[in-house]
Design a protein around this ligand. Structure first.
Ligand SMILES: NC(=O)c1ccc[n+]([C@@H]2O[C@H](COP(=O)([O-])OP(=O)(O)OC[C@H]3O[C@@H](n4cnc5c(N)ncnc54)[C@H](OP(=O)(O)O)[C@@H]3O)[C@@H](O)[C@H]2O)c1
Length: 280
């Protein structure tokens, strides 16, 4: 699989596997299947409760830790200098490893009443920088940070973020943020790249699926890849995992990419870092 080079030199696979809700019934079978199919980058978070299942699945796979890329995230309740240190150690323990490849702040604001979120983010970042300097984190990242949140970190950081994660799929491309991260050379990753199926019946997606002999999910994932946004699809069956990886095997033409970029807003999760969640 092709690799993406982050600005600090770390090379990561061009597609990752999302692990939110990927350990149903508290077992490793979904993650083990993803390893079998060929995924080597796993996106997790302390909040998902899947860290320990990733560790176990890697152990049982027979492949070495160094073949994998594990990204985890610091939860809202764990922000602040000392809390971050404790939470990161717990993440390492859960993952049974002495380093993570990518570590991100999950959300820029723990809740909307926190008016001091800028200071809190900076304190949190400084704790993460220390782990980076000790070699325990290979790349620092931001999740759900819009440009005004990211800029606060960038202006106060010793070590710059190299990865950022946002909701991104046809119908919800957050173009201003996308361009901001492109300009900063911070690699954007797409969470919910197939919008959990919410765009699957859109007329343009269906037309392109037919034209490219692909599925709706593949059109969404391929769209991310061609935008230079690393997709992190989650799936439960071997068939879907393979189908999603096969998005790397075809190409959407320039004209159709423009149509996808300009389709009407669709499939937003309802989550925004500065607003109460809208239940769709
Ligand atoms: N940073 C954040 O705040 C944040 C937020 C949300 C998600 N994420 C990350 O992004 C990852 C992916 O996002 P997501 O899980 O929300 O959504 P997603 O990957 O867009 O969609 C996953 C859903 O689509 C289904 N699916 C997968 N492949 C399919 C296919 N080929 N055809 C039809 N349906 C298919 C899956 O069903 P089955 O499982 O039944 O196969 C699952 O219900 C997460 O797992 C997580 O790692 C991060």
């Amino acid at each position: 699989m092709r690799k993406i080079f982050l600005t600090n030199g770390l090379a990561i696979p061009e597609i990752g596997f999302g692990t939110y809700k990927a350990a149903p019934e508290e077992n490793i079978s979904v993650i083990s299947k993803a390893i079998e199919v060929g995924y080597r980058y796993f996106d997790t978070a302390s909040y998902y409760g899947t860290e320990k299942f990733i560790a176990e699945a890697i152990k049982q796979s027979g492949h070495g830790r160094e073949e994998f890329f594990i990204a985890s995230k610091l939860w809202k309740a764990d922000m602040g200098y000392e809390n971050t240190k404790a939470a990161f150690k717990k993440t390492l323990e859960n993952l049974q490893t002495d380093y993570v490849d990518v570590f991100m702040i999950h959300w820029p604001r723990p809740d909307l009443t926190r008016t001091d979120w800028k200071e809190l983010d900076i304190e949190t970042w400084h704790a993460m920088e220390e782990f980076y300097e000790q070699g325990k984190i290979r790349a620092l990242g931001l999740s759900n940070f819009l440009p005004h949140h990211a800029e606060n970190i960038i202006r106060n950081a010793k070590i710059l973020p190299t990865v950022a994660q946002l909701e991104f799929h046809p119908g919800h491309t957050q173009t201003f943020a996308l361009n901001y991260y492109r300009e900063k050379k911070i690699q954007l990753q797409a969470w919910s790249p197939i919008a959990r199926g919410r765009v699957a019946n859109d007329e343009l997606i269906l037309e392109l699926a037919h034209k490219y002999d692909a599925t709706a999910a593949q059109i969404c994932i391929r769209f991310c890849v061609q935008e230079g946004v690393m997709p992190l699809p989650k799936a439960s069956s071997l068939e879907r995992m393979r189908e999603n990886l096969a998005s790397l095997d075809f190409e959407i033409d320039e004209f159709d990419m423009m149509r996808l970029e300009n389709m009407p807003p669709l499939g937003w999760s309802g989550e925004h870092p500065d607003r109460e969640r809208i239940r769709n």
